[in-house]
Design a protein around this ligand. Structure first.
Ligand SMILES: NC(=O)c1ccc[n+]([C@@H]2O[C@H](COP(=O)([O-])OP(=O)(O)OC[C@H]3O[C@@H](n4cnc5c(N)ncnc54)[C@H](O)[C@@H]3O)[C@@H](O)[C@H]2O)c1
Ligand SMILES: [Zn+2]
Length: 399
């Protein structure tokens, strides 16, 4: 790390202004940067503490980002409740976004080759660049290897590692994207949306999902609702949403599902499958997306799919137990093509930015997915609201 610190950068800029505006990289900093940053540290199970740490000197490849907001993810909820990775004390928050307020002189481009300037809005990415097995990177035909991941790694001596904070310190060579052309809510939704961009790409690889296919989306939590949004931006109009929660089904229709089926109103899988087929005018689905973590729902979904149809199973980010299916009736005799989908690639991440612009452009109510907003000081309440599952996406928004 270089020994240029922020104060020095500010001094340089002020000097250059006194010089009559001599072009000495006035783009290196923005005014009003404090000496310390506030970080919400998870210090015990179900307990965040707001701690204050010095903002370290910036190296030539580093950036300081003023955090605007960060979504609470299922992974944060696991950490909050159980700390399965043994990370406590840890700075969490990976669905975050904010504004670059200072940058080292070598920071020029983001991971997609877009210019970076002070004042730009950025996001980081959870994909480890140095693991080709999960990244399958080909972003701009470059191997963007060796990323830092923020909000889910053990704490270090800098501490400004998570987006649940007011400033985050982005280290040299991290995966960073300039997303200045997206509004704050869209930027907070990028990470969960990337999951669905990936799932739909996986679905397309079967050759079965096409413009105007009949599609079932089972499960209308944030994942299923965003699935519907992605399908709508692709010109898919016959979508039947299945869930047991009437309020979520109503939102599914608002998001663009043509019809919905409440499984609570149908006794037995035959009646449920008939209800789905009725909604397609007497046809079964060409394709189905399984967006619940319920093994029973996995077993059910085959009954909604026509012979020769396809299935994308994406509901089990973590182990949810075994499902019982009949391989003859459910897969073999129907010749179902199944794909699994897990997280996303860097390529999907960049595609997600365009998806969000399209979704906003055609008037899908994406912002309504963020149902609850809490200031950083109330992060414990935010997490408790998330665990109560009364809303959809819960976000921490800085003043
Ligand atoms: N593939 C991935 O990379 C990835 C990423 C994130 C999340 N996920 C998984 O996606 C799943 C959904 O995430 P979410 O945030 O929307 O969760 P959620 O719990 O908010 O939503 C799940 C929905 O499924 C409904 N449901 C439950 N059983 C059902 C059944 N038998 N039939 C129909 N609907 C049923 C529930 O009522 C609920 O609305 C989770 O299990 C999560 O692990 C996967
Ligand atoms: Zn996440």
């Amino acid at each position: 790390m270089s020994d240029i610190n922020i104060e020095e950068i500010v001094r340089q800029v002020l000097n250059s202004m006194e010089d009559g505006g001599q072009k000495q990289s006035a783009s290196n900093t923005a005014g009003g940067i404090p000496k310390t940053a506030k970080v919400a540290m998870l210090t015990a199970l179900e307990h965040y503490e707001i701690r204050e740490f010095p903002i370290p000197p910036l190296g030539d490849g580093d950036m300081l980002v003023k955090v605007e907001g960060c979504g609470i993810c299922g992974t944060d909820a696991h950490e909050f409740k159980k700390d399965p990775f043994g990370l406590i004390p840890v700075a969490l928050g990976h669905e975050g976004t904010g504004e670059i307020v200072a940058m080292g002189k070598n920071v020029k481009k983001d991971s997609a080759g877009k210019d970076l300037h002070i004042g730009d809005k950025v996001v980081t990415c959870m994909i480890f660049k140095d693991n080709p097995d999960i990244t399958m990177f080909d972003l701009n035909k470059q191997n963007v290897g060796g990323a830092d991941v923020y909000g889910l790694l053990p704490d270090d001596d800098i501490h400004l590692n998570g987006w649940f904070s007011d400033y985050i310190f982005i280290r040299e060579n991290s995966t960073v994207f300039n997303v200045s052309d997206l509004d704050l809510d869209s930027r907070i939704l990028i990470e969960p949306c990337a999951v669905l961009i990936h799932a739909v790409e996986r679905a397309k690889s079967t050759g079965i999902l096409r413009f105007n296919s009949r599609v079932v989306v089972q499960g209308c939590g944030p994942i299923g609702l965003i699935c519907i949004a992605v399908l709508r931006t692709m010109g898919i109009e016959h979508i039947v949403a299945v869930d047991g929660n009437a309020q979520r089904l109503e939102f599914a229709r608002e998001m663009g599902a043509t019809e919905s089926v409440n499984f609570m109103e149908h006794k037995g899988i035959e009646a449920l499958a008939e209800a789905v087929s009725d909604k397609f005018g007497g046809h079964l689905a060409d394709f189905a997306f399984q967006c619940t973590g319920n093994p029973k729902a996995h077993a059910n979904i085959y009954k909604f799919i026509r012979n020769g149809g396809g299935l994308c199973e994406l509901g089990f980010f973590i182990n949810g137990g075994d499902a019982t299916i009949n391989p003859h009736f459910d897969i073999c005799a129907k010749e179902i093509t199944t794909v699994g989908s897990w997280v996303y690639t860097l390529r999907d991440y960049a595609t997600t930015f365009d998806f969000l612009k399209r979704a906003n452009g055609i008037g899908l109510p994406m912002s309504k997915l963020i149902t609850d907003r809490f200031p950083l000081e109330e992060i414990n309440e935010g997490h408790k609201t998330n665990l109560a599952m009364t809303g959809l996406k819960i976000a921490i928004i800085n003043k």
